[in-house]
Structures are given as C-alpha cells and as structure tokens.
Design a protein around this ligand. Structure first.
Ligand SMILES: [Fe+2]
Ligand SMILES: [Fe+2]
Length: 297
C-alpha cells in the first residue's frame, strides 16, 4: 500500500490583527492574555511561521494536522484572520484543525462553535466532536479539548458526551481496518504539562484508549517536542507533541518545528521526520528521523 504522509504543526499563535482587542475586552480573561502577549509576542514571529509552512509545502504531505492555538485572545477579528491564513495552506479537505484553549478563551464575542473554522475541523455532515475524516488508509479522529476556563487556568476538557462518542468511533474504525490518528490540543499523557495546563479528564481518555486503542495521538499546547506512550489493548500507543510553529526560540521554549509522519499501514512502524528552525540561518533544517512502533489495536 502507498505511504501516507502526514504533516503535524501546532500552536502558531498568529499575530493579532490591528484592533483585535476592544476596550470591553480588558475586563475579561483577555486582559491577562494581553499582558502575556506583550511578553510572548516577540517569541511568535510571522516570518518563522511563513518559513515553516513553505517547508511543509515543499514536503507535499497528503494531509496536514494542526493541533490548535491559532489565536491568542479568540476574538472575532482573530478568527477571521486565522481563516484567511488557513486558506493559504491548501484545500480545507486536506487540513484538519483541532482547536486550542486560546481559541476558546472567553465565551463572549468569540464565534459560536468555531463557526469560521468548521470546514477545517470536519467533513460536511459531521456536526459534533469527535469529527472523523477518512483519508486513504488513515482516519483522523478530531477531538475538541478547548473550553473556556477560569482566568488563571489553561486546562482542557473533553466531556462525557465526546468521550462516549469517541469509544464508539474508535471501535468502528478498528473494524474498518483504518490507521487511527487522534488529534487533541492538550497532551493526554500525564506529566507533559503542569496541572494548571492539563486535560481534566485525561484519566478517562487514557482508560478509553487502553480498551479501544489508536495507532497514533498528536497534540500541541506544551510548545515542546514530546514523545510519550499510552497503554493500548495490544501494546504502547505513540503520542507526539510538537513545539509552536512560530517560535523564534528566544524564550524558554524551543524554536519552531514540524513533523512529517510517514504511515505505511502494512508495516508495524511509522517514520517521523523532524524539521526545525535554525535560529542562526532562519531556515528549516532536518533535525533527524526515527521509527515508532504502531501498536495495531
Ligand atoms: Fe499554545
Ligand atoms: Fe494551548
């Protein structure tokens, strides 16, 4: 069977368009985010993100997985700007977006149910998370862990209804013989991020995965490269996180990186190709590649 090549990027934190924040926003959680953005704004550079997306385009992936935090304050203007940016990446049917906590910062003034982005989140006819997109030998199972939280938190939550649907979907996709790639903004393995940033119902997700299995889990949120595993029904499930796609590498987090994941459903292994920003040259360079076991669950 032909190799399926998936590109994974995350947390672009696009520059807020002028006027993205209105005075009324300064009484909300957005005020805290605006203060944080003063510090982090220098770290997230448009030219870094442009170089990264050009590098992905040169790789010509079959599909792009994007695990959230496109915005910083989740304002309407940012949603519109992010929509315009998404269109530059390719057809919406070739890009799957799982939203992040920054995309759900406050309920007020944020677009309802991520409306401007739905065509990147699901195929027509799908109306609830997890959305399933079948592409050749692969099924992308798109979860939403983004929920508005108290101002000092960056936690995520899936909720019982989404978890119940996920269990059914994973069982069905296994019967179809598809390679199941789970997408979620928050890391599902414990210890990857602090409790303040964690997925509240991660234990329930891990229990579900132990029964139903998955071939790969992709996440963002940590702004770090993270390789972890979770127990599946017939072996360890690989879990991969990637640094922010726009990080210049000046702060506490590593410079921008993306992963090419090469899936051959007939094989027990998949190859991960890591490419990252060289802060010296501003170009993206190979960081290495490695093989991961796929625990066919
Ligand atoms: Fe982020
Ligand atoms: Fe996040």
């Amino acid at each position: 069977m032909q190799l399926f090549r998936l590109a994974h990027l995350s947390d672009p934190h696009l520059q807020p368009p002028a006027g993205a924040l209105q005075p009324a926003d300064f009484v909300s959680k957005r005020l805290l985010s605006a203060i944080a953005w003063r510090r982090k704004g220098r770290e997230h550079q448009p030219q870094v993100l442009n170089a990264l997306t050009a590098d992905i385009a040169a790789y010509a992936p079959d599909h792009i997985a994007l695990t959230g935090d496109l915005t910083n304050f989740s304002t309407e203007a940012e949603f519109a700007a992010a929509r315009a940016w998404l269109k530059t990446l390719g057809p919406a049917s070739d890009i799957t977006l799982s939203p992040g906590n920054h995309d759900a910062l406050v309920a007020r003034n944020a677009p309802d149910s991520f409306a401007p982005w739905r065509e990147w989140m699901e195929d027509p006819g799908d109306t609830a998370f997890p959305a399933v997109r079948r592409r050749g030998p692969v099924a992308l199972v798109n979860l939403c862990s983004a929920t508005p939280t108290a101002p000092w938190l960056a936690t995520g939550r899936l909720g019982e209804a989404q978890l119940a649907r996920l269990a059914t979907i994973l069982g069905q996709l296994r019967q179809e013989g598809l390679f199941r790639v789970l997408m979620i903004h928050h890391p599902p393995a414990s210890g990857v991020v602090s409790k303040r940033k964690s997925l509240e119902d991660a234990p329930a997700l891990r229990a579900l995965l132990k029964n139903q299995g998955a071939e790969l889990v992709l996440h963002g949120h940590a702004h770090e490269a993270a390789v972890s595993t979770l127990p599946g029904p017939s072996g360890a499930i690989a879990v991969l996180g990637v640094p922010s796609a726009s990080a210049a590498g000046h702060g506490k987090h590593p410079p921008a990186r993306w992963h090419g994941i090469e899936i051959d459903p007939g094989q027990q292994k998949m190859r991960v190709v890591a490419r990252g920003l060289s802060p010296q040259t501003g170009a993206f360079e190979p960081l290495g590649s490695y093989l991961l076991d796929t625990a066919q669950g």
